[in-house]
Design a protein around this ligand. Structure first.
Ligand code: MSP
Length: 527
């Protein structure tokens, strides 16, 4: 069913270049967005950079360049990386946009005027690298829960009355058991909300952080970077600037935030409370995926020194292949440890040996015996007595491939809606294996000498199943599937997944080389 869809990723900090962990969120979100478009929805996909705060200011200082220049360079690096990974966003949002700064101030003024923001004192342990305050009870051996250093601070501060929204949020979670996905993360947040919710400190004194959006009613303070960044979700959709767009893609859209599990509380709690205070609808889903782990089973990150450059990796294995691997071989809900040797093994097995093999087998035979035309076969009068039994088998097998693809087509939308990406791709992989098995069994390279009509039928069926599979996995590997589809004279359109569209006798284009086997060259194979 066609509807308006809003899809977002987090805004990435500009204190570091994109790495495979950050690319993971964007690739997954892009794949889901492309599926929505394939299914006929009108979608808006937003990503961008989170540019304010102490960490960014410090990084620019270390590099001895003006902070705005640093932000400009880094956000460009992010944009270029996403483009190279075939990420097709509608808006690249930067928190340094002037209209964003103005909108944040308007929002704060509004919340202040309605009594949701008040002035008090803040005492706590502050973690610079996470830009988060902790209570003593939250510290682990004198450090933040993730092991970062903290310093004790006591200062005047402005607070958002988050506690006021604790009950409405609890009720929202009860009425919407699928608000946070996967289920275990919804449970985590429900458990978190059993304890009294503290009000949120939304200001930072300029004496400590000057790189931020000034609090409109107190010139000595800038806005807490998380409040500034979270508001991108509505400002980017058009809140206070493009009202029609906002109506379409926020007020009347199904909204999905893709985030990693480390930033669940800020989204599920802070963001939901802010939206409630603004009397705006909450997203339908916050999908919080697991982490990519390094070989020591730790989260890949800058601080662990275990980053993988997604551009280097995609140059080595192909950007569509990288997207395929992450979509097919990781469980979005769980953490995934990955290694280069496992990646190569899976890509070679599934893409070179399975999908690629069908294409080269079928196209070679078509070139050799059918002058590069989609094989024509006669439907009725090929049923001669001698071959009757065999032909019935062939018909059954044709029906089998047809039924298999039809079943997967029927399941696809539901699986994507339920975030079962890997399962959906497993279904497609199964069809591909069955096409290969069918080709093995029918051996059209031998059959051609006995009965060209039957060989034509086998090749046609294989090509037709391959065509439908290519449409089904187009959102995962857009570049390569576009090549495959254009070879078949086809376009990526979900309305075209009906069996039998491939026109008999039509000339095929030159066969593309899609998935050459990737060689493993040395090393122990771990990333
Ligand atoms: N700036 C905040 C988000 C503000 S959104 C209003 C932030 N930025 S981040 O750059 O640190 O992280 C962005 C995303 O990258 C998060 O979703 C995080 O989970 C993801 N990842 C970073 N390392 C990761 C892995 N190793 N594995 C999977 N995702 C990880 O947080």
């Amino acid at each position: 069913m066609s509807q308006n869809i809003y899809i977002s990723t987090p805004l990435y900090y500009v204190n570091d270049k994109p790495h495979l962990g950050t690319a993971y969120t964007n690739i997954i979100a892009d794949i889901f967005n492309r599926y929505q478009k394939l299914f006929g929805s009108s979608s808006f996909f937003i990503t961008g950079t989170d540019e304010h705060g102490q960490k960014c200011e410090q990084t620019a200082k270390d590099l001895k360049i003006p902070v705005q220049q640093h932000c400009d360079q880094m956000s460009l690096t992010f944009e270029n990386t996403w483009k190279a990974l075939n990420i097709e966003y509608d808006l690249f949002f930067r928190t340094s946009f002037n209209y964003h700064k103005k909108s944040v101030q308007t929002v704060l003024q509004k919340l202040y005027a309605q009594g949701d923001i008040y002035c008090s004192k803040y005492e706590g342990w502050y973690c610079v690298s996470e830009e988060i305050f902790y209570k003593k009870k939250d510290l682990v051996e004198g450090k933040s829960p993730s092991g970062q250093p903290v310093t004790f601070l006591k200062e005047k501060a402005w607070f958002f009355k988050m506690s006021k929204y604790q009950k409405p949020l609890q009720e929202h979670l009860e009425i919407n058991p699928q608000f946070i996905r996967p289920l275990e993360r919804q449970n985590e947040i429900q458990a978190f909300l059993k304890k009294p919710l503290q009000d949120l400190c939304i200001s930072r004194p300029k004496t400590r952080v000057s790189w931020g959006i000034e609090i409109p009613f107190d010139k000595d303070f800038v806005t807490y970077v998380w409040v500034d960044a979270l508001l991108n979700y509505i400002v980017g959709a058009g809140y206070l600037n493009r009202e029609e767009h906002f109506e379409k893609y926020w007020l009347n859209a199904k909204k999905i935030h893709f985030i990693g599990k480390d930033i669940l509380i800020t989204h599920a709690v802070y963001w939901s409370c802010l939206l409630m205070a603004l009397k705006l609808p909450l997203p339908q889903t916050i999908f919080s995926h697991g982490w990519l782990l390094n070989k020591n089973l730790e989260k890949m990150s800058k601080s662990k020194g275990s980053k993988i450059d997604p551009l280097k990796l995609s140059k080595r294995i192909g950007e569509d292949e990288l997207r395929w691997f992450l979509a097919k071989e990781t469980n979005l809900s769980k953490d995934s440890s990955i290694s280069i040797s496992y990646m190569l093994k899976k890509i070679n097995e599934q893409l070179a040996d399975n999908l690629g093999n069908i294409l080269s087998r079928v196209s070679n035979l078509i070139d050799k015996y059918f002058e590069g035309d989609i094989p024509s076969y006669k439907k009725e009068d090929s049923l001669t007595k001698n071959f009757q039994k065999e032909k019935l088998n062939l018909r059954e097998e044709k029906e089998f491939l047809k039924t298999l693809t039809e079943n997967q087509v029927l399941k696809m939308e539901g699986q994507i809606r339920e975030f079962q990406l890997s399962q959906a791709l497993q279904g497609v992989c199964f069809i591909l294996s069955e096409i290969n098995r069918y080709l093995e069994k029918k051996a059209p390279w031998k059959l051609i000498k006995e009965d060209k009509n039957q060989a034509a039928l086998v090749l046609y069926n294989s090509l037709e199943a391959l065509r439908i599979c290519a449409i089904l996995i187009y959102p995962v590997m857009p570049k390569k599937m576009l090549k495959l589809l254009s070879f078949l004279g086809e376009t990526p359109d979900f309305k075209h997944v009906k069996w039998g569209r491939l026109p008999l006798g039509k000339k095929l284009r030159k066969t593309p080389i899609l998935f050459p086997r990737i060689q493993k060259n040395g090393g122990d194979g771990r990333i």
